[in-house]
Design a protein around this ligand. Structure first.
Ligand code: SF4
Ligand code: SF4
Length: 732
């Protein structure tokens, strides 16, 4: 070993020792913070499926590849990081001797070729990512950036480190080529040979370059260890467990969507008959009341801003960005952690748990963080502003886009639950809806005995369950379908089409009550449970003696469709629920319904969030429309998984939209820009919102917003009077 190698070896060992010590400390700190969360025992079930999903999602980059070039570039950088870690290891042999290499594989041509390819593709990938980050930098002139609010220096730092590590990998090889100590052939390592051709014949060059590569790598490790909230770097490790512990590994995509998790306390579902707010946790009032998976979610956020770029609230000037919400919770959790780890925190009655002695050595910043209300305005020192919390439509675009499977909607609803159930703090206008649900069983407060009024004037009988011996489908009408003027036209259209196709169906009539979706999404789990239990009882009675596959329900409202199909199982109600567009598509494809008259003027389709993203029903409504117009649909730029919310979900239908641009107007502008004369919808809430938007723009005469069923009915029965035109404005 020469004198240069003695120095390079000592320096490499020194900086590595410091970096490893700091990294171990950081991992212990992170683990301690995540362990502060509440239990989530269900996350340990189905380990095989979880492992498969984690491998498929990471190796296949299933979410990221939806972003085309960025996804591909990130894939090469990820593979580069994993495989080229071996080359960092090899650098430790090269600081000792400039001709050193990894034992066993280090002289194998296949290894040389593979690492050469990955290095080159990794270089291209990181340059693309750097260019994209620069092009989308928040301070660029004009336009909104998905990186607004991200800690930009951290992103630039990580990218430069990757770039330099890759470059120095080639420089080390180049010095070996220049000194004639490189064992791989030119055909396998052409770039290394090209670099070697321009480097001097310096015998210590490889050792010095290897030291620089180690210093760069260890600087990265030191910086991220000193910044445990640096998700842009830590996600390289945390993404694996975060995807492994996602809540439904069996679902193909968007598995953080669909059913909401039940309210839990100490990891067990809450039973409202026995629950006591002084002993049981009602929603989330403190950051440590999230489950450990929630805290892992916050730690894993890469600050990429994909969620933010798709969020309807953020895109219309509301203060909510799912990314910034996650970052606020993450920063708060880590700042509050010393206080919590010292034994601090409030019990469920609001009393401090720690003694004065336990808190005596804590710094004031940590103590102050412990005093911050989780939900509160800036003046109150709150972590999350109430306007942020209540701006969410639970549309799920954030969950759908997040490459590391963060479950934003669950966290938002958990915080809403505490605000509604314990603090009674929510937008006052929604109080009317909740009172109506409790007293009248529907959000409008309409008399129950008018639930069947929509059947009046139909030229066939609509049977009630109990009046017929048998029925194939129970037609779940829903509150909007029964009471709201526009939605009633959809209900009539669906009933007419089912009758036309000879499908036997029956309704519950006055036996039906609200599915509970708006109560659950606003956070009032108590009212949801009350309504849902009543419905489950009624439905179980209606289907008595039938196996699950014969307990078929057709629903026109995606919110009912989602709640009955995905959430009633939590209360013992197992049903086969289809959306009316799915049933209609089946009836058309099997020849039971025949569209005859093409609907002209162009049709575009707005995907309802709870039908599309939450339940992956994208094809059926498009098939029905395609058959009805006997041609191609005109798609909006934001469609299917990337559809833009109408603004009504998450009980936003019942709240005023006081901040920013109205979401429905934004969506209507996009729909009108297609030039289509018909905007088809598959949800009564979307219908109301988009109709209001069209009318607000004074375009009610040029553009019509109607349900897919009404479009089909016009094609199947063109002689039908145009009473199905859904143009009467109705207050939401
Ligand atoms: S669910 Fe929709 S509205 Fe809510 S934060 Fe996510 S993207 Fe935004
Ligand atoms: S929450 Fe997910 S999508 Fe949003 S910034 Fe973080 S990692 Fe990206």
């Amino acid at each position: 070993m020469g004198s240069v190698q003695i120095v390079t070896t000592i320096l490499a060992a020194g900086i590595t020792a410091v970096a490893v010590w700091l990294a171990v400390r950081a991992v212990m700190k992170m683990t301690a913070v995540i362990r502060l969360g509440q239990p989530a025992p269900e996350r340990f079930a189905d380990k095989g499926a979880r492992t498969r999903k984690m491998l498929v999602e990471t190796a296949g980059h299933t979410r990221m590849l939806k972003w085309g070039v960025v996804g591909a570039a990130h894939w090469f950088v990820m593979v580069g990081f994993i495989v080229l870690s071996l080359l960092v290891l090899e650098a430790y042999f090269e600081v000792v001797t400039p001709t050193g290499g990894l034992p066993i594989v280090g002289h194998w041509t296949v290894f040389g070729l593979a690492t050469e390819i990955i290095t080159v593709l990794g270089l291209v990938g990181i340059l693309v990512l750097m260019a994209i980050r620069l092009r989308n930098r928040p301070n660029r002139p004009g336009g909104r950036s998905r990186f607004t609010g991200s800690t930009m220096w951290q992103g630039y730092f990580v990218e430069w480190i990757v770039l330099l590590v890759l470059i120095f990998g080639l420089v080390i090889r180049g010095f070996k080529v220049a000194t004639d100590h490189f064992e791989y052939p030119v055909w396998a390592t052409p770039v290394s040979h090209a670099v070697g051709a321009i480097l001097p014949d310096w015998s210590d060059g490889a050792s010095v370059a290897a030291l620089i590569k180690i210093v760069i790598s260890m600087t990265w490790l030191i910086v991220i260890s000193l910044n445990v909230t640096m998700g842009v770097a830590w996600h390289r490790f945390l993404a694996f467990p975060n995807i492994f512990f996602k809540r439904d590994p069996e679902k193909p995509a968007g598995s953080g969507l669909g059913p909401l998790r039940p309210m839990t306390s100490q990891g067990k579902p809450l039973d409202f008959e026995e629950a006591d707010p002084e002993k049981d946790q009602f929603g989330v009032a403190q950051v440590e009341q999230f489950t450990w998976k929630g805290l892992l979610d916050f730690s894993t956020c890469t600050e990429c801003g994909r969620c933010q770029s798709q969020c309807p609230a953020w895109n219309t000037g509301k203060p909510l960005s799912p990314k910034l919400l996650v970052l606020s919770l993450r920063d708060h959790a880590y700042a509050k952690a010393p206080y919590l780890l010292a034994g601090g925190g409030k019990d469920l009655t609001g009393e401090e748990k720690a003694t004065q002695a336990q808190l005596a050595h804590l710094d004031v910043l940590s103590l102050a963080e412990g005093d911050k209300p989780l939900i509160g305005t800036a003046e109150e020192g709150g972590v999350i502003d109430p306007d942020v919390l209540w701006s969410c439509t639970t549309c799920g675009a954030c969950v759908e886009q997040c490459p590391v499977d963060i479950e934003h909607v669950d966290h938002i609803v958990d915080m809403r639950r505490y605000q509604v159930l314990i603090e009674s703090s929510f937008p006052s206008e929604a109080g009317v809806m909740l009172r109506n649900l409790e007293n009248k069983g529907n959000p409008w407060g309409a008399p129950q005995n008018t639930r069947e009024d929509w059947t009046k004037g139909l030229d066939f009988e609509v049977p009630r369950v109990g009046e017929v011996d048998d029925f194939e489908y129970l037609f779940w009408v829903g509150c909007a379908g029964a009471f709201e003027d526009r939605a009633k036209k959809t209900t009539r259209a669906v009933a007419t089409l089912l009758n036309e196709a000879g499908v036997s169906f029956a309704i519950l009539g006055e036996g039906e009550t609200c599915s509970g979706d708006p109560a659950r999404r606003i956070g009032n789990e108590f009212v949801f449970q009350m309504l849902a239990q009543q419905n489950v009882e009624t439905l179980n009675e209606a289907f008595e003696g039938r196996e699950k596959t014969k307990r078929r329900i057709v629903a026109t409202c995606p919110h009912c469709f989602n709640t009955l199909g995905n959430e009633y199982g939590q209360l013992g109600g197992e049903f086969e629920v289809v959306h009316h567009t799915q049933l209609l598509a089946h009836l058309v494809s099997t020849g039971k319904l025949t569209p005859v008259q093409p609907v002209d003027g162009g049709v575009t389709y707005h995907d309802p969030c709870y039908l599309g993203r939450h339940n992956r029903v994208f094809a059926a409504p498009r098939e029905v429309l395609g058959d009805s117009i006997q041609g191609e649909l005109t798609e909006m730029p934001r469609n299917s998984e990337r559809s833009f919310c109408c603004g009504a979900g998450g009980a936003r239908m019942w709240m005023e939209e006081k901040i920013g641009k109205r979401i429905n107007v934004d969506r209507v502008e996009e729909a009108m820009a297609t030039g289509a004369k018909t905007v088809a919808v598959g949800c009564p809430f979307c219908s109301t919102m988009l109709n209001d938007g069209v009318n607000g723009k004074g375009a009610g005469e040029q553009v019509e917003v109607i349900d897919v069923a009404s479009v089909l009915l016009r094609s199947v029965k063109p002689e039908q009077p145009r009473g199905d035109k859904e143009s009467t404005p109705v207050a939401g």
